[in-house]
Write a protein that binds this ligand. Structure first.
Ligand code: M6R
Length: 597
C-alpha cells in the first residue's frame, strides 16, 4: 500500500533518492505518485496519477534541494486523481501519509467551522489542515504534533515539511510502518528499508505513537511528551534488494527462486536453528491467524498438524479474529503468518494476543518487521525480497515452515518416529530433485485460451487439496482478473453446481489418495453437466479417468506434496496474465503490503 520516502542531506542527491526510493516501493501497490521539496525557498509539489514513470517524466532531476518527501498512493478516500494524490499542503505544512484517519469527518467539520476549506476527498488533507491549525495556534511544531495526535483516531505514518523550518523534516507514526535510515550527514525516511538500503545500512524503527524532528545529522524522537533514545540497527549486507535478472517479471523470477530458497530453508532450520523452537509441550491448542495467501498456507499447516500430529488447529482470517471473542489462554499458541510482517489486520491481532498474555509465534519474511517484534517467537521464511504483488515463493516458504514446525513439535512430544523421519528425509530429497525440472514442464499449457472469456473458473479439492484450490484460485484471479472461486469438492452439489454450463472450467486438485475417489465422483458430476474439467493429480494415482486436461504432478509424499502441487498453478496464473498482456507484478487495485484494515 502507500509508500513513503523522505530525505534530508545533499542537495544534488535528493531527487535521485526520492525517485529511486519510490521505485523500490512500487511493489507495495499504488495508483498515483507525488513529491514535494524546497526549491528557492518555496515548496514545490509535483503529482501524477498512474505509474511512477508519469511522475519521472515531469521531474527535473537536476533540481538542487536538501529536503524532499515522496509518496505512492493507494486510494482509500477518494478516487485516484492528482487532486487526491499526496503530498497535500495546507498553510505552511506539506505532508505525505500512509494509513487511515477514522474520525476525519468530525475533524473536517471542526476545521470547516474555523473557516478552513478543502480541495480533495482525502483524510490526509484533514490531517495536514489540523497540523497546520495547531501550528498556527502554538507556533511550536512539536507541540502541534502532540495536539494533533491527541485528536486523531486511526493509523498513520506521516512525514512532513514546514515552510518555516527549511532544515528539518517531521515524522509521526501509529500502526503504519516508518523507519529512519541513518547516513553520513544525511537521513532517510521510508515505509520500508528497501527504499534506502542501497545508500545506508544503519536504521532505526519508529514505534507506535512516536513523533519527532529529523535533521541531516540528528534526529529527536519523542513519545508522550518526552524525548526518547532509539536503538540503531544494522541491515546485514544489502540482501534486501533483488532484481528481475533475465526474467520478464518478478513473479516469474520468484517462482524460479523457490527451489533454492527451500533448500536453504531446510538446511538452516535443521542444522543450526532448531533450538529457536519454544517449549511446545505446554500447548493444548494452536490457532493460526493470517490473511490472503498466508491464510491459505495456514490451512495447509492445519492439515499437517491434524494428519500427522493428531493435534487440533484452528485457522482464522485476521480481519475476523480481531473482532471476535478469542478463546485462547496460557496453553494456546497463536501462530501469525505474514510475508510482509506489516499487514494491518494481522498486526492488530498480534497486539491483542500480546495484551492477553497469550504466547505467539510469527512466520514472517521481512526481518525486523512489526509483526516479528510483537510475538514471543519468530520463524523467518528466508525467502528474500518478494516484489511481485502476488506471492509465490513467500507462500511456498510459509508452507515449508509448517513442515519444519511440525517436525520440531512432534520431536518435542516424542511422537516423531523413525518412519516419519525417513519420510521427511525422503520427501525432502525428492522434492528438491524434481522441483526445477518440473517448473520447466509447467511452462506451457496448450489449453489456456479455454479459460479466458468464461464467466467463471472453479477450483475444487478436499483437505489439503482444498487449501491448495483456494490458493490456486486466488492466484489466478489476482493476476489475470478472471473470475474464479474455490470450493471443498463435496460442497459443489450443495448450490454452486447450478453455475456449471457447457465449457465452464473446473480444476480439480486430487493428490490425496484417501479422498481421490470422492473427488473423482465430484468431477464426474461436473463432466455430466458439460463442464471443462482439468484434473491435477499425482503420477502415481489412477490415470484412467476421463477428463479434458490433466496436470500431472510428481508424487513427493504427503509431508511435502502441497509445496509441489501449487507450482503448476502459480505458473498457470502467470501464463494466463501474460497472454492477456497484463501488468503481472502490479495487478490493478492490489497492494503487496496491506497496511490499512
Ligand atoms: O504480507 P502478508 O503475507 O501478511 O499478506 C497477506 C495477504 O495480503 C497476501 O497474501 C495477499 O493475499 C497476496 N496478494 C496473495 O498473493
Amino acid at each position: 500500500m502507500c509508500g513513503i520516502v523522505g530525505y534530508i542531506g545533499q542537495k544534488e542527491k535528493t531527487m535521485n533518492v526520492l525517485l529511486n526510493g519510490l521505485e523500490r516501493l512500487e511493489y507495495r501497490g499504488y495508483d498515483s505518485t507525488g513529491i514535494a521539496y524546497f526549491h528557492k525557498n518555496n515548496v514545490e509539489i509535483l503529482k501524477k496519477t498512474g505509474k511512477l514513470n508519469q511522475l519521472k517524466n515531469v521531474v527535473n532531476k537536476n533540481i538542487q534541494s536538501e529536503i524532499g518527501i515522496g509518496h505512492t498512493r493507494w486510494a482509500t478516500h477518494g478516487k485516484p486523481s492528482e487532486l487526491n494524490a499526496h503530498p497535500h499542503c495546507c498553510g505552511k505544512i506539506t505532508a505525505v501519509h500512509n494509513g487511515i484517519i477514522e474520525n476525519m469527518n468530525s475533524l473536517k467539520k471542526k476545521l470547516q467551522d474555523e473557516g478552513i476549506s478543502f480541495i480533495s476527498d482525502t483524510d490526509t488533507e484533514v490531517l495536514v489542515a489540523l497540523l497546520n491549525y495547531e501550528y498556527e495556534h502554538t507556533n511550536h511544531m512539536v507541540t502541534a504534533m502532540e495536539r494533533t495526535m491527541s485528536q486523531i483516531i486511526g493509523s498513520y505514518a506521516v512525514v512532513f515539511i514546514n515552510e518555516d523550518d527549511k532544515d528539518c523534516l517531521y515524522v509521526m507514526k501509529k500502526d503504519s510502518p516508518l523507519l529512519l535510515g541513518i547516513g553520513n550527514q544525511e537521513t532517510y525516511i521510508a515505509s520500508d528499508m528497501s527504499a534506502f538500503c542501497e545508500f545506508t545500512n544503519q536504521y532505526c524503527i519508529l514505534d507506535d505513537e512516536e513523533y519527532g524532528v529529523v535533521e541531516k545529522n540528528h534526529y529527536h524522537i519523542y513519545k508522550d511528551g518526552k524525548e526518547i533514545k532509539k536503538d540503531i540497527e544494522k541491515i546485514e549486507g544489502l540482501s534486501c534488494l533483488s532484481n528481475k535478472e533475465a526474467y520478464d517479471c518478478y513473479m516469474h523470477k520468484e517462482i524460479y527462486d523457490i527451489p533454492k530458497i527451500l533448500k536453504e530453508l531446510f538446511t538452516f532450520y535443521e542444522d543450526e536453528h532448531s533450538h529457536l523452537i519454544p517449549d511446545y509441550k505446554k500447548y493444548h491448542k494452536i490457532q493460526i491467524v493470517a490473511c490472503g495467501s498466508a491464510y491459505h498456507a495456514g490451512m495447509i499447516g492445519k492439515c499437517l498438524f491434524e494428519q500427522f500430529a493428531n493435534f487440533p488447529v484452528e485457522v482464522e482470517y485476521a480481519s475476523e479474529y480481531r473482532y471476535k471473542t478469542i478463546f485462547a489462554d496460557e496453553n494456546t499458541l497463536v501462530i501469525f503468518v505474514s510475508q510482509s510482517g506489516e499487514t494491518a489486520d494481522t498486526i492488530a491481532c498480534a497486539k491483542k494476543i500480546k495484551s492477553m498474555g497469550v504466547d505467539s509465534l510469527a512466520i514472517v519474511n521481512v526481518y525486523n518487521s512489526t509483526l516479528s517484534r510483537l510475538t514471543n517467537y519468530v520463524y523467518y521464511m528466508k525467502a528474500g525480497e518478494e516484489r511481485a504483488v502476488a506471492t509465490t515463493k513467500g507462500y511456498s516458504s510459509q508452507v515449508a515452515i509448517f513442515v519444519i514446525l511440525l517436525r520440531e513439535w512432534m520431536k518435542q512430544q516424542k511422537t516423531w518416529s523413525k518412519e516419519l523421519e525417513a519420510m521427511y528425509q525422503d520427501g525432502k530429497e525428492k522434492l528438491l530433485k524434481v522441483i526445477t525440472p518440473c517448473l520447466k514442464q509447467y511452462e506451457h499449457f496448450s489449453w489456456i485460451s479455454n479459460l479466458i472469456n468464461q464467466p467463471s473458473n472453479f477450483f475444487i479439492g478436499r483437505r489439503s487439496d482444498y487449501a491448495l484450490s483456494m490458493e490456486a484460485s486466488l492466484k489466478l484471479k489476482e493476476v489475470s482478473y478472471l473470475n474464479s472461486s474455490a470450493y471443498a469438492a463435496g460442497e459443489l452439489k450443495h448450490g454452486t453446481i447450478s453455475l456449471i454450463e457447457e465449457k465452464t472450467p473446473v480444476f480439480a486438485i486430487a493428490t490425496d489418495e484417501y479422498t481421490y475417489s470422492k473427488t473423482k465422483s465430484n468431477l464426474m458430476e461436473v463432466k455430466a453437466r458439460g463442464g471443462y474439467v482439468i484434473l491435477a493429480t499425482l503420477d502415481t494415482l489412477d490415470d484412467s479417468i476421463d477428463v479434458d486436461e490433466k496436470i500431472i504432478i510428481p508424487d513427493v509424499n504427503p509431508l511435502f506434496q502441497s509445496i509441489m502441487t501449487i507450482l503448476p498453478f502459480q505458473l498457470l496464473s502467470y501464463h494466463v496474465a501474460k497472454k492477456l498482456k497484463l501488468d503481472i507484478d502490479h495487478p490493478r487495485n492490489l497492494a503487496k503490503s496491506v497496511t490499512v484494515e
